[in-house]
Design a protein around this ligand. Structure first.
Ligand code: COA
Length: 372
C-alpha cells in the first residue's frame, strides 16, 4: 500500500467578472421587460409581476460580491439571460477540456511534473458538456497523459469524491499519479431569470494533483477520506439525454436548469455536514481543535460560518475557515479546492486541515490532510 498526497493544485479563472450591481441591473431590466409585456394580466390580477432583485439582499443572504463567467454579454442581455458560447467543431478542444487543461497545467507546473507522468485523469464536475467521449479522455490527450481517464458527477461534491477515487487507486498501486479536474460552467445551468437564485453561481476550473507521498518533497498527505450520500430532491436539475423523448421536453422549462429549495437545503445539509465532519474526525481520533484549517464548500457564507462554529466549537478566527465565495460565488465542486489553493501555503509541516464539499444528492465528502 502507498500513501497518497496532494502535491499541487491549479485554478483557471474565467475572463469575465459580473458584480452584484451589474447582475441586478440586468435582472431588473429583464423583470421590467416581462412585466411590461404582461401588463394587462398583471393589472387583472391573473399574473404576478416579477419583483426587482437587490445587491443588498444578495450580499446579506449569501456573502457573494461577484462571480466569474465564460461569457458575460449573454448573461447580462435582458432579452437572453444565459451565456452565449461559441460553437466549436469536433476537431478542436471542447470548452470544458480547455478550462480543465489550463488548471492542470498550473498544477503540473507547480509540482515540476509533465503531463506524461500522469496515468489517471478524472474529470469530476456537476455537468458534462456532452455524453461521450468522456471530457477526461480529451483532457488526457491534450496534456499528453498516459493510462486512463473517466468522467464522474456527484454535483457539488464531485471534487472530494474524485479525490477519493484517485487516492484509493494510488493507495492500491493501480495508478501512480492522478489529476482530478473540476471544470464548472455553472453559468450554463443557472436560471439567471429566477430572482431567488440568479446570484448563486460562477464559473471556474480547478485541478488537484495526487501522487505517492514518497515521490514528492512536500505537499499534503491524505490521512483519510470519507464520502456519504443521502437522496434528496431539494437540489435538482432534470436536464438529461431523455429530454426530447418526453412531452414538452424541449420546451423552455424551469426544471431543465438548477432548482433548489434553499431554505430546506440550509436546514437539512448543515446538520448533515457538521455531523459528518465530527464523526470523521472522531473515528480518526483527531480533535477538532487540532485542525489548523477548514477548506469548506463555497455556497453561502452563513452556512460556512455555521459549520465552522459547529466543528471547532467556537467562532473560527482569522484564516481558519477561509472563504473565496465573495469573489467567485458558488463554483460547485471547485469551491473548496479554490479555498485550498489560495489558503494552504502558510501551513507548517505536521499541520492538519480538512477539505469538505457538500451539495446535491445530498452528498458530502471530507478529506483530512497533513502538511509535509
Ligand atoms: N433580491 C431581493 N429579495 C429577494 C431576492 C433577491 N434576489 N431573492 C429572494 N428575495 C426575498 C424573498 O422574496 C423573501 O422575501 P419575503 O420574506 O418577503 O418572502 C426574502 O428575500 C427571503 O427569501 P429566501 O429565499 O427565504 O432567502 P434566504 O435567506 O433563504 O436566502 C439563499 C436564499 C438561496 C441564499 C439561501 O437559502 C441559501 O443559500 N441556501 C443554501 C443552499 C445553497 O447554497 N445551495 C447551493 C447548492 S449547494
Amino acid at each position: 500500500m502507498f500513501t497518497p498526497a496532494i502535491t499541487a493544485t491549479g485554478v483557471y479563472v474565467p475572463p469575465h467578472t459580473i458584480t452584484n450591481d451589474e447582475l441586478v441591473v440586468a435582472f431588473n431590466a429583464y423583470a421590467d421587460r416581462v412585466n411590461a409585456e404582461n401588463a394587462e394580466a398583471i393589472a387583472a390580477g391573473t399574473l404576478e409581476a416579477i419583483p426587482h432583485s437587490s445587491s443588498e439582499f444578495i450580499l446579506k443572504a449569501s456573502g457573494i460580491e461577484s462571480r466569474y463567467v465564460m461569457d458575460k454579454e449573454g448573461v447580462l442581455d435582458p432579452a437572453r439571460m444565459y451565456p452565449r458560447l461559441r460553437q466549436r467543431s469536433d476537431d478542436e478542444p471542447g470548452i470544458m477540456a480547455e478550462m480543465g487543461v489550463a488548471a492542470c497545467k498550473t498544477a503540473l507546473e507547480k509540482a515540476g511534473r509533465s503531463g506524461e507522468e500522469i496515468d489517471l485523469v478524472i474529470c469530476a464536475a456537476s455537468n458534462m458538456e456532452r455524453a461521450y467521449p468522456a471530457i477526461a479522455v480529451e483532457i488526457q490527450k491534450l496534456i499528453g497523459a498516459k493510462g486512463f481517464a473517466f468522467d464522474m458527477n456527484v454535483a457539488c461534491s464531485s471534487a472530494t469524491f474524485g479525490i477519493q477515487a484517485a487516492a484509493d487507486m494510488i493507495r492500491a498501486g493501480s495508478v501512480r499519479r492522478a489529476l482530478v479536474v473540476n471544470p464548472e460552467i455553472t453559468s450554463g445551468h443557472l436560471e439567471w431569470r429566477d430572482r431567488d437564485c440568479h446570484f448563486i453561481f460562477g464559473d471556474v476550473a480547478t485541478a488537484t494533483l495526487i501522487e505517492r507521498r514518497e515521490d514528492a518533497a512536500h505537499g499534503f498527505e491524505i490521512r483519510s477520506i470519507r464520502c456519504a450520500t443521502e437522496f434528496s430532491n431539494n437540489i435538482r436539475n432534470n436536464n438529461g439525454f431523455l429530454r426530447r423523448n418526453r412531452p414538452d421536453g424541449m420546451a423552455d422549462r424551469r426544471d431543465m436548469q438548477f432548482m433548489q429549495e434553499g431554505r430546506k437545503v440550509f436546514k437539512e445539509v448543515l446538520p448533515m455536514v457538521s455531523a459528518h465532519i465530527l464523526h470523521h474526525l472522531s473515528d480518526e481520533q483527531i480533535a477538532a481543535g487540532a485542525l489548523k484549517r477548514l477548506w469548506l464548500h463555497q455556497a453561502n457564507k452563513t452556512m460556512n460560518d455555521f459549520i465552522g462554529r459547529k466543528v471547532l466549537g467556537r467562532d473560527p478566527e482569522g484564516n481558519e475557515q477561509p472563504n473565496i465565495l465573495q469573489e467567485f460565488a458558488n463554483t460547485s465542486s471547485a469551491g473548496s479546492i479554490i479555498a485550498f489553493d489560495r489558503f494552504s501555503d502558510d501551513l507548517a509541516p505536521g499541520d492538519l486541515g480538512l477539505i469538505c464539499s457538500f451539495g446535491a444528492g445530498y452528498s458530502v465528502g471530507s478529506v483530512i490532510v497533513e502538511r509535509f
